[in-house]
Every structure is written in C-alpha cells, then in structure tokens.
Design a protein around this ligand. Sequence first.
Ligand code: AMP
Length: 214
Amino acid sequence: MTEIIQKSEKKAKLGDMKSKTTTKKTIKSICVFCGSGNGQDPKFKTAARTLGHLFAEHEIELIYGGGDMGLMGTISAAVKEKGGKTTGIIPEFLLKYQNENYETTGLIVTKDMHTRKAKMYDLADAFIALPGGIGTLEELVETMTWAQLGTHQKPIALLNTSNFWQPFLSLIDHMKDESFIRPGLEVNFQVVDEPEQIINELMKRKNELINETL
Ligand code: AMP
C-alpha cells in the first residue's frame, strides 16, 4: 500500500513538472552542448560566436559545461562580450583542465558529472547541440532519451554547421528503419543550419508543445 501511494505521488510530481515546463511561454535560458575543442572547420567557431552574440541580444541566459576551451570557451566569451548572462556548470575534477586565467564567476561547481547534468537540465528551457565530440554526443543523447521517455518536454535543436550532424542523422534514420525508434518512442528535435534561425525555431517548437498540452 505504502509503495503504491509513493508511486502515485511520484507520478503527480512528474505531472507538475511537465505542466510547468510546457506552459512557460518563453525561453529564458538555453543549455548548449558543444565541443571542448574547436574542430577543423573554422565555421564551427564562427557559428558558436554568432550564437553567443544572439543569446545576449535576445537576453537568453547561456547554460553550458563551464569550460573555457574550444567551442565552449568561444560561445561563453561571446555572450559575455555583449553583456549577456552565462552559467557554467562544471564538476570539480574538470576545473584543473582549464586555462591559466580561468574565469570563475557565474560558475556552479558540482561533485560529479551526474549532478552536473541534472543541474544543466533543471536550469534550461531548451537545448542546442553544436558540433563536438563524445562529451557533446553523450549530453545530447541523454537529453533526447529523457524527452523520448516523457521526462521533459523542452525543445532540442541541432546546429548543423557544415552538415556536421549528418552521420548522426543517418544513424537516427537507420534506427527508425530498423524499428528501434518506433511509434510512441519518437525523438523530436529540430535541425537548423544557421545560428540566426535557431532561436526562432526553438520558440516555435516551444509554442507547439504548449498548444499540444492545452
Ligand atoms: P567533447 O564534445 O568531447 O569535447 O566534450 C564536450 C562536453 O564535455 C562539454 O559540453 C562539457 O560538458 C564536457 N567537457 C569536456 N571537456 C571539458 C573540460 N575541459 N571542461 C569542462 N567541460 C568539459
């Protein structure tokens, strides 16, 4: 009996969370997953910089991994350069890998990677993945898994600069063809080529989600 009551309480809490995330009408913070390196194509860095400037212009807070290297460093510097707000969330053990003049303002230091991801998820109204490596992929895929299972309904977008995400998109198609991604387990995300389009697209998706739940 106790067990049943606890389960239904949990369900109610999840329901509360869903309605909170879907009825909030605007996007005030976006979590960006991106490489701790810059990649080969200079367009990756340019896109990260442009996106950072757009965040500041639209008064959108950047939630990110807290590092100052690669595209992470580029986007956070670009937001700050235009007077925008950033919140970096970094596990304690990664602090030692940052550059000499590492800026520690606007940082939340967590005890481990799991706590970090949970915090990134909590603080963000939407997610964008820029080009990156395994860390970026892992963060993106976990966020997609949570969306697929209904744990959250926050919009997710891929910034497909120079078609970077094509192999991943092909893999998703392959999973659909093989019926691993199947009805009821759809993965909803947007793919956008230019940083200038991405905020509008996320807002559109957010409004669709709100309308779906009204
Ligand atoms: P990757 O795509 O493999 O370069 O990993 C990038 C992601 O992993 C970032 O979004 C961060 O969350 C995390 N990460 C990897 N290296 C670092 C680092 N030196 N400092 C902070 N976060 C990092």
